[in-house]
Write a protein that binds this ligand. Structure first.
Ligand code: NDP
Length: 366
């Protein structure tokens, strides 16, 4: 084990620290609902802070006392801030910070707003990170079936002198220590999360999309390609095998011809790795020096996102995929939000967006 890293389990935490305390969840979405339910199952006093809408109704239906965000923060000793990251600093300034008292503990599930200093908590507060490496629904499921899930844990401010014990007790209460809580910092958690999104996920997609084109041009029906690569779930099993047996070890689950094909052809890709590593290092340094956060702050980045998504809905691949799903009666769920698209003038105004769009691989393919 790396000497920097500590791994905490249930025996390291004392739930009695939370007895008689009030724990507020600001936000009752993906993470908020699951974490609040897990915590309540430990007979702790959990309340919800939410504005007056469907999430509030959901929390009430689940039997929680629900208050305005201001009132929940006033009542609580521990405040989980589980709302979307992009509105967090605004909600923190206006509704959370004014209602906190000395030695209250504020809990984040992602380090972004602290790491990039969008939120600067008062020095009399304890500031901790409890970041599940699991989607919200999994946080509940893995708690109920006692499988557990990994979390990253960090302390950024320890005003009370007890922030370490507090975060471990909270981690146990939401079921995080069944599997293990890994010590980290707000910065490392943020860099790791952003780099996985930007350095790993898009590279993976780019590498996957090209063979689809190659096979299609070769004359293989798109239905067969999509079933082979995605719809059959074969890939999911490969990832599960890596998780269960190890990235290298799982190769032994394959027959020898497949092993030979994978390994001998895999070596050929090493010659292009330098280029990919260069792109990935550049992405990482842009995250680390705050450049990405600054870029995302700009209004133009939202417009750029809307433009890219606009074209993404129109690329021929999307249409093909949709047709294949219909043919196989696989239900389609529309996940595209109705958002006003930027005007042509807005797009023309910004040279950098035009440049990015030219780089957008399938820009003309619709
Ligand atoms: P959600 O998008 O599910 O949060 C929804 C909640 O935020 C609702 O209660 C919603 O209430 C509230 N909300 C939305 N807008 C506002 C607003 N303007 N003012 C006040 N409340 C608002 O968030 P997640 O659970 O996905 O994420 C929460 C945190 O957890 C984030 O920091 C995220 O990075 C982190 N995280 C998320 C993971 C995931 O799998 N989703 C995994 C690990 C960490 P309403 O609409 O009623 O206002």
């Amino acid at each position: 084990m790396n000497e920097k890293l500590q791994v905490f389990t249930e025996k390291d935490a004392d739930l009695s620290l939370l007895e008689g305390k009030t724990i507020a969840f600001v936000g009752y979405g993906n993470q908020g609902r699951s974490q609040a339910l897990n915590m309540r199952d430990h007979q702790l006093n959990v309340i919800i802070g939410n504005i007056d809408d469907e999430y509030k109704v959901r929390a009430q239906k689940d039997g929680f006392p629900v208050f305005s965000i201001d009132e929940a923060c006033q009542r609580a000793d521990f405040i989980f801030i589980l709302i979307p990251d992009e509105i967090m600093s605004e909600v923190y300034q206006s509704k959370i910070a004014p209602n906190l008292k000395k030695h209250d503990t504020i809990v984040f599930a992602h380090g972004y707003d602290i790491a990039f200093r969008y939120i600067k908590p008062h020095k009399e507060l304890d500031v901790v990170l409890l970041a599940p490496r699991m989607i919200g629904i999994g946080v509940r499921e893995c708690f109920l079936n006692r499988e557990g899930y990994f979390s990253f844990i960090a302390v950024n401010q320890n005003a009370s002198g007890h922030a370490n014990e507090k975060v471990l007790a909270l981690a146990k209460a939401i079921g995080s220590l069944i599997k293990g809580g890994l010590s980290t910092t707000f910065q490392d958690e943020t860099f790791l999360d952003l780099f996985t999104e930007q350095g790993f996920a898009p590279a993976n997609s780019a590498i996957m999309m090209k063979p689809i084109d190659i096979l299609k041009d070769f004359g293989v029906p798109i239905e067969a390609i999509l079933i082979e690569l995605i719809l059959s779930g074969k890939m999911k099993h490969s990832f599960d095998a890596m998780r269960n047996f190890g990235i290298i070890n799982q190769i032994n689950l394959l027959d020898s011809r497949t092993q030979y094909g994978v390994l001998s052809r895999g070596i050929r890709y090493h010659s292009i790795m330098k280029k990919i590593v260069h792109i990935q290092e550049d992405i990482l340094s842009h995250i680390e020096n705050g450049g990405f956060a600054k870029e995302w702050e700009k209004k133009w980045s939202r417009i750029k996102l809307a433009v890219i998504k606009f074209f993404a809905t129109r690329v021929s691949f999307g249409k093909m995929e949709s047709k294949v799903r219909k043919n196989f009666k696989i239900p389609e769920v529309d996940l595209w939000e109705e958002k006003p698209y930027p005007t042509i003038d807005e797009i023309r105004e910004k040279e950098s967006i035009k440049k990015q769009l030219e780089d957008f691989d399938r820009f003309t393919d619709f």
